[in-house]
Design a protein around this ligand. Structure first.
Ligand SMILES: Cc1cc2nc3c(=O)[nH]c(=O)nc-3n(C[C@H](O)[C@H](O)[C@H](O)COP(=O)(O)OP(=O)(O)OC[C@H]3O[C@@H](n4cnc5c(N)ncnc54)[C@H](O)[C@@H]3O)c2cc1C
Length: 383
């Protein structure tokens, strides 16, 4: 076994860490407060090469492996969850379906702009009545001549209503299969299409500087060739996208836990009570030791899942485990980090307050923790 990262991966980690410290950290608190998506940091992240990370250079991507992608997301998340969300959703959910399931024309049309970060794409799976039960899609798309006529709505869609969003890949019912079940297909809808509206959602607890949207389709007409891949393969495409996406959510949990742990360790050395740094009280030192151990274990699980993906081995079970475990580690570590900060940890001027809020989405988005346990239980044959 070889636990060494490659020289390229080490260089990538250093450059993303430096960037995140210099460019994102100074604005993270203010953007969170204002609930503002930053086009400036978005442009800078694009210039650094944080989009199209696993896309081949033929389409303008960075041609990296999934371990590298996880390292990059981890390093952004170590500083800020909202920016990590933009990167993770941009790569996994926006670019992923087009790259893995789009035809040559669709790839050539959208990927180059998405890979430079000049454009973003949404992933429209969740609906008001189809969340964990994602196959219960109500949105319909009916062929009328050579156009799909789409009706329905989507909710909580990341990156779907920014000024630079090009469009979204949406799951819709396109008919009934011979076995009587719904036929589900993925259809691309460009922003600005008549009958389509992408509305930003406000008032989030977490990821406040990332873009989240509701999508509305009202007799929205798109060309027949906007179908992604084959008709009837939409649900399979969405699940494949989520398998890879879980690696990035795991990386967000890992990076956030790392950031919260570092902040807590620093504070524990500075804060004096009873004449001593609070970190020297055994209960706190043990807490810090446990946090470090949890972060290390999370990293091993995530990198193994990414390694399996890179080596074309089955990785679905470990991706679900990494997503679940890293989210729960961040939950615990952020909670300990706030506790170690005492009353100051509840104040917005301390980063741990934001980490504490941001972690919660990781246990809900891209399949809740309960759904991950269902996935794992099915894969080990328990149910
Ligand atoms: C900020 C944000 C960004 C998001 N980005 C996207 C995106 O880009 N694209 C997209 O398509 N979606 C996105 N989502 C949606 C997200 O994936 C869903 O919120 C999530 O899948 C859960 O669906 P739900 O909210 O409808 O909860 P529900 O499915 O209603 O679940 C409610 C509770 O019931 C539990 N539950 C449900 N079914 C079961 C079961 N069978 N067994 C045990 N427990 C169960 C759940 O675990 C949960 O605790 C985003 C959500 C948020 C908040």
């Amino acid at each position: 076994m070889d636990f060494e990262l490659t020289t390229e991966q080490e260089i990538l980690r250093k450059s993303v860490r430096d960037f995140s410290e210099k460019v994102i950290k100074p604005v993270a608190h203010e953007l969170d407060e204002k609930e503002e998506f930053s086009y400036e940091t978005m442009r800078a992240m694009g210039e650094l090469g944080l989009f199209g990370m696993c896309v081949s250079e033929d389409y303008g991507g960075q041609g990296m492996d999934y371990i590298s992608y996880c390292i990059a997301v981890e390093e952004v998340a170590r500083v800020d969850g909202s920016h990590a969300a933009t990167v993770a959703a941009g790569n996994s959910l926006g670019i992923g379906p087009l790259y893995y399931y789009g035809n040559e024309e669709q790839k050539r049309k959208y990927l180059p702009k998405l890979c430079t970060g000049e454009g973003l794409f949404g992933f429209g799976l969740t609906e008001p009545n189809a969340g964990s039960d994602a196959g219960n899609t109500q949105t319909s798309a009916n062929l009328d001549g050579n156009e799909w006529v789409i009706n329905g709505s989507k909710i909580f869609i990341t990156n779907a209503s920014t000024d630079i969003t090009l469009g979204s890949t949406n799951l819709a019912r396109t008919g009934v299969r011979p076995d009587g079940k719904k036929e589900l297909s993925c259809i691309i809808v460009e922003n600005g299409t008549p009958g389509f509206e992408a509305r930003p959602m406000h008032g989030k607890l977490m990821w406040r500087a990332s873009n989240t949207s509701e999508l509305y389709f009202d007799n929205c007409r798109v060309p027949e060739e906007n179908l992604m891949g084959k008709r009837g393969e939409g649900f399979h495409q969405m699940l494949g996208t989520l398998d890879r996406g879980r690696l990035a959510i795991g990386a967000m949990g890992l990076g956030g836990a790392q950031g919260a742990h570092e902040a807590a360790l620093r504070y524990s050395k500075e804060r004096i009570q009873f004449g001593k740094p609070i970190g020297t009280f055994q209960v706190n030192a043990f807490k810090l030791a446990d946090m470090d151990m949890m972060v290390e274990a999370a990293r091993l699980l995530l990198y193994k899942a990414a390694w399996l993906c890179d080596n074309k081995k089955p990785f679905g079970k470990l991706a679900a485990m990494a997503k679940l475990y890293c989210s729960e580690v961040m939950h615990d570590v952020a909670n300990h980090a706030v506790q170690l900060h005492g009353g100051y940890g509840l104040m917005k001027e301390y980063d741990v307050e934001r980490f504490y809020r941001d972690q919660k989405l990781l246990e809900i988005g891209e399949g809740t923790s309960e759904v991950q346990r269902l996935v794992i239980a099915r894969l080990i044959g328990a149910i």
